[in-house]
Ligand binder design. Structure first.
Ligand SMILES: *[C@@H]1O[C@H](CO)[C@@H](O)[C@H](O)[C@H]1NC(C)=O
Ligand SMILES: *[C@@H]1O[C@H](CO)[C@@H](O)[C@H](O)[C@H]1NC(C)=O
Ligand SMILES: *[C@@H]1O[C@H](CO)[C@@H](O)[C@H](O)[C@H]1NC(C)=O
Ligand SMILES: *[C@@H]1O[C@H](CO)[C@@H](O)[C@H](O)[C@H]1NC(C)=O
Ligand SMILES: *[C@@H]1O[C@H](CO)[C@@H](O)[C@H](O)[C@H]1NC(C)=O
Length: 220
């Protein structure tokens, strides 16, 4: 093989690799876009916050409430707090696989938490307080082992606290106050060593709770 052939071979290799990488970025970005457009279709947006902003003609990274990673340009945060949004949470959100932070608090989301949210392995912050979510808290939340802040206060969750929460080994703040949870609080939850604040006020839970359990009830 002479020098020229070798050079052309390398060049060809380089070009096809670049195209492949580009294709991967585009495809992944498109899959995040697909998820968010699906989400938009799923909900009512009476103030048209998303209507004219979340459009396929601009990158998801420029959409209101959306933040992307600097290098990989995947969606890492979704913050749609206080936008008067109404609807159920679609299972598609579980496909935002690079998400670190999800904040849908202070809206009018109702219905069940889709178990697919348990696929968000990178998630650290999870805020759904002040909505009207109901049903049981899915045991799949136990898969979210990196979550530090789980705030789902002021909803309408029923049933018991899943045992699997004990697997959220990085949890610092657990706020489930003002719901309709019942049954025993699994004592294993208090063994999560990172836990600093736990608010289960105003539920129908039983079990032996530390006395200062309600002290932090002003936290949203
Ligand atoms: C969408 O909203 C963001 C943040 O407010 C803004 O920077 C962007 O220009 C808006 N895009 C469009 C197409 O209106
Ligand atoms: C979401 O945005 C609001 C302000 O618009 C801010 O107060 C809140 O801390 C943000 N949530 C997260 C998880 O960063
Ligand atoms: C995302 O998730 C939904 C439901 O969980 C699934 O039907 C869909 O095929 C997934 N893929 C993409 C690209 O959103
Ligand atoms: C919560 O659930 C109860 C019983 O299912 C219902 O009566 C009440 O209206 C619900 N509250 C909200 C805020 O959705
Ligand atoms: C916690 O996770 C481990 C390993 O993923 C699993 O075997 C165990 O059953 C989980 N514990 C609970 C209480 O879900």
């Amino acid at each position: 093989m002479n020098y020229n052939t070798c050079f052309h071979l390398l060049l060809a290799l380089f070009i096809s690799c670049s195209i492949l990488c580009l294709a991967m970025t585009v495809r992944n970005l498109n899959s995040d876009q697909f998820v968010l457009l699906e989400f938009k279709d799923h909900i009512a947006d009476p103030q048209n916050v998303l209507a004219n902003n979340w459009t396929a003609s601009t990158s998801v990274c420029n959409w209101i409430g959306v933040s992307c990673g600097i290098l990989h340009k995947r969606v890492i945060a979704l913050n749609l707090t206080s936008m008067n949004l109404r609807g159920t949470i679609p299972p598609h959100l579980g496909n935002l696989s690079f998400l670190l932070s999800l904040d849908l608090s202070s809206n009018h989301f109702y219905g069940h938490l889709p178990k697919e949210l348990g696929q968000l392995h990178r998630l650290r912050t999870f805020r759904l307080s002040y909505n009207r979510l109901n049903g049981e808290i899915s045991s799949c939340l136990g898969n979210l082992q990196r979550v530090r802040r789980l705030k789902m206060k002021n909803n309408n969750f029923t049933g018991t606290l899943p045992e699997t929460l004990v697997n959220m080994s990085n949890l610092e703040i657990l706020n489930l106050g003002f719901n309709q949870l019942s049954g025993q609080v699994p004592s294993s939850i208090f063994k999560i060593s990172s836990l600093k604040i736990i608010d289960l006020c105003s539920n129908s839970l039983s079990g032996s709770l530390p006395n200062d359990m309600c002290r932090t009830s002003s936290q949203a």
